[in-house]
Design a protein around this ligand. Structure first.
Ligand code: COA
Length: 254
């Protein structure tokens, strides 16, 4: 079965994470497809808006942990970084519909979306420190800008999950809805945008995002260098082995 579904209808490209057996964890093959499809959607004038979604109880558990252990990204050309750059450079409105867990990149990718609608069951988390890692996806830049330095420090240093109402209060999401209504609401908003003048949407988005773009790309690259180093370190290995073995990690020697 396709682990990501792409549906283009009425000017809206809907991308659905579809790997529920592994909680929609994202693999390098999935990032590669996402990067390719986003670039194609950007170039295709028939696509006017993109929606990224999961299911009613699940957005994504973040990067695939087994791949992190066995095949960590080799360099900044790895599919995950291609995906992040495609996301950061995407010139048309991007809407996220989030229900259930949005772990790691599941939360940081939202910082690149223009509108985020979530279910009251959404659970956001940035567990990088708890995994022996550091922020990615330019979140070390975008998160403090969005929610303030104090809140960003709390979320990034403790890595504790936080719920939809807190995300809304922090300004991370536009609206909280009953989970059964989230994807339909995101579609309705996307269709509304798809009916507006495309050039004006792109110009408005560019004015909101473009001034930041060089700093975002620099942050993605700087974070990637440290992330890749930490990924090969003892704390990350212990954290991922513990997760897969369903035990608590022991960082006493890390
Ligand atoms: N990578 C690979 N496999 C994952 C995964 C991930 N990120 N997240 C979940 N899975 C797998 C589990 O290993 C399990 O596989 P199994 O059935 O073969 O044992 C299956 O998906 C179900 O996961 P489980 O943890 O049992 O589900 P849950 O409902 O109790 O918890 C989450 C769901 C999302 C809260 C939990 O899986 C989680 O925290 N995952 C995040 C892992 C992580 O650290 N991600 C990296 C972020 S950088």
């Amino acid at each position: 079965m396709d682990e990501i579904l792409f549906l283009h209808e009425g000017g809206v490209l809907t991308i659905t994470f579809n790997r529920s057996g592994k909680k929609n964890a994202l693999t390098s093959a999935m990032y590669a497809r996402l990067a390719t499809q986003l670039a194609a959607a950007d170039a295709d004038s028939a696509v006017r808006v993109v929606v990224i979604q999961g299911q009613e109880a699940l957005f994504t558990a973040g990067n695939d942990v087994t791949e992190f252990l066995q095949r960590p990204p080799a360099d900044t050309d790895a599919p995950v970084f291609q995906f992040l750059r495609a996301l950061a450079d995407f010139s048309k409105p991007l809407i996220a519909a989030v229900c259930g867990p949005a772990v790691g990149i599941g939360t940081t990718l939202l910082l690149h979306c223009d509108l985020v609608y979530c279910g009251d069951n959404a659970l956001f988390s940035l567990p990088f420190v708890n995994l022996g890692l550091c922020p990615e996806a330019a979140s070390s830049l975008l998160l403090p800008q969005r929610i303030g330095v104090a809140a960003a420090a709390e979320k990034l240093l403790f890595g504790e999950a936080f719920a939809a109402d807190e995300a809304e209060a922090l300004g991370l999401v536009n609206r909280v809805l009953p989970p059964a209504e989230v994807n339909a609401f995101a579609q309705a908003q996307a269709r509304k945008l798809a009916g507006k003048p495309a050039a004006s949407l792109r110009a408005t988005k560019a004015m909101l995002r473009a001034p930041q773009r060089p700093a975002v790309h620099a942050a993605i690259a700087n974070e990637a260098a440290e992330f890749e180093r930490l990924l090969r370190g003892p704390a990350a290995k212990e954290a991922f082995s513990a997760f897969l073995a369903k035990r608590k990690p022991d960082f006493s020697s890390c």
